[in-house]
Every structure is written in structure tokens, then in C-alpha cells.
Design a binder for this molecule. Structure first.
Ligand code: 5GP
Length: 120
């Protein structure tokens, strides 16, 4: 299983535009881009531009409250832009047991098909 080493991740290169991505939304604090391996017709990742210790949600501290709110609000903006406001899912995989593979906090915004519950 993949562990949280605190090392820089591929998302730093995406933020720096050193590797290309399909950007859906961007502001000063947040970047949203299409997942390279989409699990639904719409699958967008929403990340903080400054990781600031947020390798995973489990590392969140009180000082992260503002960016955490901004990420969730950006997820709504993405859903709106992608036309899935009537049905979408926001997922955060935390740690290897939850299948987190990139240790830079990210929200998955998924939609465009019927979702199942429980996710498994
Ligand atoms: P996790 O498994 O950590 O919750 O999600 C990481 C996500 O990042 C995966 O869905 C994976 O497909 C996506 N991903 C990994 N590398 C890249 C990349 O280089 N570009 C893009 N657009 N997505 C990536």
C-alpha cells in the first residue's frame, strides 16, 4: 500500500503546469482538473494550490478551515460548470486503506451516471 511520505507529488507539477492537465476551474487558491483515469463521465479533481501540510484530510488542523471550505465550494462550482448539479458525488480517499494514491489532498467530483451506494 501507498504511504504518506510527505514528498512532493505529481500534483505539484500539474499546479506548476509542468505537466499538462485539462483544467475545469482555477482561482488563486484552488485548481480543478480532469482525472486521467475517469471513473464516471465527469471525474474532476479539486486540489489546494498550496498543500500546506494537507497531504491527506487526516492531517487537517484548525488553520486549514478556510481552504477546506474553499475546496468544497469549488466542487459545487465544478458540478455546476459540468452540468451535473442534479446528481454528483464528492469523495476524499484518506490513507492507503481508503485507496489514496496521491498525497496532496484532493476532492473527487464524480457525476454523469447513476451512482451506487454503498461505494465499497
Ligand atoms: P486517490 O486514489 O489518491 O484518491 O486519487 C488520485 C487520483 O489522481 C486518481 O484518480 C488518478 O487517476 C489521478 N491521477 C494520478 N496521476 C494523475 C495525473 O498525472 N494527471 C491527472 N489528471 N490525474 C492523475
Amino acid at each position: 500500500a501507498n504511504a504518506d511520505s510527505g514528498a512532493p507529488t505529481i500534483f505539484d507539477k500539474i499546479i506548476a503546469k509542468e505537466i499538462p492537465s485539462s483544467i475545469v476551474y482555477e482561482d488563486e487558491k484552488v485548481l480543478a482538473f480532469r482525472d486521467i483515469d475517469p471513473q464516471a463521465p465527469v471525474h474532476v479533481l479539486v486540489i489546494p494550490k498550496f498543500r500546506d501540510g494537507l497531504t491527506q484530510l487526516g492531517k487537517a488542523e484548525a488553520r486549514h478551515g478556510e481552504i477546506l471550505g474553499q475546496l468544497l465550494y469549488a466542487a459545487k462550482i465544478v458540478a455546476e460548470k459540468e452540468g451535473i448539479l442534479d446528481g454528483f458525488r464528492v469523495v476524499i480517499n484518506n490513507g492507503s486503506d481508503a485507496c489514496q494514491s496521491v498525497y496532496h489532498l484532493h476532492l473527487h467530483v464524480l457525476g454523469g451516471r447513476q451512482m451506487k451506494w454503498p461505494p465499497g
